[in-house]
Design a protein around this ligand. Structure first.
Ligand code: SF4
Length: 193
């Protein structure tokens, strides 16, 4: 018998080999596992087009809402930027909005204390605002000598501002505007770093 194999014989042998492999997998319970995979639940509600808040790529998202609550966030297939895809960070946006582990208090450690304590966000905001105002007033520079000439600079070098990636575009805009108004020059955002 010739040792040469025709194309037809090769395809037949391949099919038989794969059949054997499938039978082996079935014997090991592997195909049974695939059959047990639960059907993915389809979440239904009003779909709202949105933009991922995390970075400057600006991937489109579809936020599904039911009974006034977010029930799902996915990539938007109509977006020419991401065509339905989301990176791992964007794919986890739902957990940013709906998360039982989300902290609703601020952690505060008083000067010379050896432990942290929970304080209300309102109280924390007041404390931050007070420290910001005092530091700004104590360190405000009205003029500086530039190339031997006295110039008005109206700046603060004692405070730096670092925005977070979960802050949306609009708030980032307001944030940097208010920081510049206060005289800060060290302004950055985590999404850009
Ligand atoms: S974080 Fe990811 S999903 Fe969100 S805009 Fe950036 S690349 Fe897109």
């Amino acid at each position: 018998m010739s040792s040469k194999m025709t194309r037809r014989q090769f395809l037949r042998l391949s099919a038989e080999t794969m059949g054997g492999v499938t039978a082996e997998m079935s014997g090991l319970g592997l195909t049974a596992h695939a059959a047990r995979t639960p059907t993915q639940e389809i979440k239904r509600g009003r779909e709202v087009a949105s933009v991922c808040p995390y970075c400057a790529v600006g991937c489109g998202q579809i936020v599904t809402v039911a009974d006034g609550k977010i029930i799902d966030i996915q990539g938007n297939y109509d977006s020419p930027i991401n065509v339905g895809t989301l990176c791992p960070k964007g794919a986890a946006t739902y957990q940013l909005a709906v998360n039982p582990h989300r902290w609703t208090k601020a952690k505060y450690r008083a000067p010379y204390s050896d432990h942290w304590e929970d304080i209300d966000l309102e109280e924390a905001m007041d404390m931050v605002a007070e420290r910001f105002k005092n530091t700004r007033d104590d360190n405000f520079i009205e003029t500086a000598t530039v190339n031997g000439e006295e110039k008005r600079v109206n700046q603060v070098l004692a405070i730096a501002s670092l925005g977070g990636a979960t802050i949306d575009d609009e708030w980032n805009y307001i944030h940097q505007k208010s920081m510049r108004t206060a005289g800060l020059v060290s302004i950055e955002n985590q999404a850009r770093i």
